[in-house]
Design a protein around this ligand. Sequence first.
Ligand code: UD2
Length: 297
Amino acid sequence: LGYIKLNCDIFIFVSKRPLFCFSRRTDVVTVTPWLASIIWEGTFDPVLVDNIYKPMNLTIATTVFAVGKYVSFLRDFLETAEMHFMVGFNVRYYVFTDRPQDVPSVNLTQGRHLSVIQVPGSNRWQEISARRMEIIQTTIESQIRREADYIFCLDVDSKFHARWGAESLGRLVAVIHPGYYDQTRANFPYERRPASMAYIPMDEGDYYYGGAMIGGFVEDVYTLTTVCRNRFAVDAGNSIEAAWQEESHLNRYLLYNKPSKVLSPEYLWQDFKAKTKEVKVIRFSGVVKNYAEVRPN
Ligand code: UD2
């Protein structure tokens, strides 16, 4: 590996290995209008990415909520994460639950730790889902900012199936919702009532991002969760609940605070949905669940 110096500020790295900084994919869009990468299989070289990031000795915080019956999803989530998620990195799982005694014991590989943090249960699933922003914010304040460099906040009713690695790291990272990556803006289920703090006008919006993943530098996710939590509280004070709770507030935040990296739906698929030709690898997906069985109401 060497470099060519173009001027005082710009270095171009050159290698005998092909560097896939330019996408080999022509069937999907791989860059946003603000020049953030959209990560699909074939747009990065995993060996090169690992060679860059692994020597940095990074720690990745991973938050996951397992409140009420959702604790039953934890074993598969953790066991598959151990196989595929940030393998070779220091990972700190933070499991938030009202049932600490039901957290399964899972063998973790070296450099990986798990903390269980007790949170209250609730009779409303909307509240559990929405309260995540506040709890992530306060846990970043109390411990995560001292313990990790990056953070991913993930849905528990999910499994990993293939590599989710350092190609996903960035300052502020969002994932395109699998239900809307092939839709136009008019079909995105943004919050459309101007009275809500999550409001997005019909002629605005880049992508519809999934609430099942928020990622980035700990401090950038801290700002995001602080803003979304506060907006949620303003809405609650006005007796408004956004259409898709914290997912709506996330979408509003990301419209005006653009993610520096966008993950394709390979990083958030849904098991009930047949794989489409653009999706070469399903890396992480939401399992099929019986809402009536697992939710409190
Ligand atoms: C969508 C989003 C989810 C969230 C939600 C907002 C995707 C794929 N999913 O999923 O991220 O934005 O809409 O309403 O983008 N939870 C519990 N106990 C409960 C209920 C929820 O622990 O009783 C936690 C758990 O970590 C779960 C998460 O909250 O994974 C999201 O709840 P959900 O999976 O029921 O929401 P869902 O599937 O409608």
